[in-house]
Design a protein around this ligand. Structure first.
Ligand code: ATR
Length: 266
């Protein structure tokens, strides 16, 4: 019998670790399915992927997390509130959209710290940032700083404050926060951080959702100061845990998933 197909749809996704993670889970749990990459340049091509018979589920990434919604039959409540989708479940009846980015970040943090009644400073209000801010705002005070202030302001329907990313706000809110999260792409494949290391203090727990490199400049600077740090591979793994649960009903082992993915990252 032909295998069911799952996959990632996006632009410039050749280096994604999702096939490694999901294919090793299919093998581990004896599921005869395969996870593939679908590199697409436009929305019309996504429609073709969605229509393929053997497709049972998809992850959606940049730059289609918002526009994909027009092609779906229904949205999970949370994805609807966030306004973006990173996971699609295809049943006989319908294509349904979910967002697992927020819960992925929360569960990554929970391995290292309590995530309730905390003061959280989040840098970035892009696709992933939106989902993370929404999820964490349920039980915490979240301040979002973003280069484009209007995107931060738009999040004020969930978060405590959404402000312009600048030096003065960074200084003030780093001193205020218990947890700092970088959801911007700054530091991805480059030796750069938005934060001058002199602003940091050892009491903050820091999550960087960038995972290439695994130790970003931000995380290295934070370690030097004595902060507890959490790398972006934890977030990738925990968002994938939620996808795999949606697609198969099985709760996979995150430690195994991290080990498999870790072998692929230098
Ligand atoms: P993703 O889906 O991974 O969240 P995205 O939606 O493109 O990707 O969001 C990228 C985030 O990184 C945004 O918050 C972006 O800020 P803007 O909204 O102002 O564009 C942020 N970002 C990217 N490059 C940046 C830079 N050089 N300085 C500050 N923020 C940056």
């Amino acid at each position: 019998m032909d295998k069911d197909i799952y996959g990632l749809v996006g632009n410039s996704i050749a280096h994604s670790l999702s096939p490694t993670i999901h294919n090793s889970l299919f093998e581990k749990y004896n599921i005869s399915s395969e996870y593939k990459l679908f590199e697409v340049k436009n929305l019309a091509s996504i429609k073709k992927v969605l229509c393929k018979d053997r497709i049972k589920g998809l992850n959606i990434t940049k730059p289609f997390k918002i526009d994909i919604i027009d092609y779906l039959d229904s949205l999970d409540d949370e994805a609807d509130k966030i306004g973006s989708v990173n996971t699609v479940l295809k049943s006989e009846r319908e294509l349904r959209g979910y967002n697992t980015d927020g819960i992925g970040a929360k569960n990554a943090l929970k391995q290292f710290t309590e995530v309730k009644n905390k003061k959280i400073l989040q840098l970035g209000a892009g696709g992933a940032g939106r989902a993370i801010a929404y999820e964490l705002s349920k039980f915490n005070d979240v301040v979002v700083l973003n280069r484009d202030e209007s995107k931060a302001k738009r999040l004020e329907k969930f978060v405590f404050k959404g402000l312009k990313l600048n030096e003065s706000n960074l200084k003030d809110f780093i001193n205020w926060c218990d947890i700092l999260i970088n959801t911007t792409s700054v530091g991805m494949g480059e030796e750069r951080s938005l934060i001058d290391s002199r602003m940091l203090n050892e009491d903050i727990v820091v999550l960087d959702i960038v995972y290439i490199p695994l130790e970003t400049k931000l995380l290295r600077d934070c370690k030097k100061v004595g902060c507890r740090t959490i790398d972006g591979l934890w977030m990738l793994v925990y968002q994938a845990v939620e996808c795999f649960k949606l697609w198969t009903g099985i709760e996979p082992d995150p430690i195994y998933m991290r080990k498999v993915a870790r072998e692929w990252i230098r």
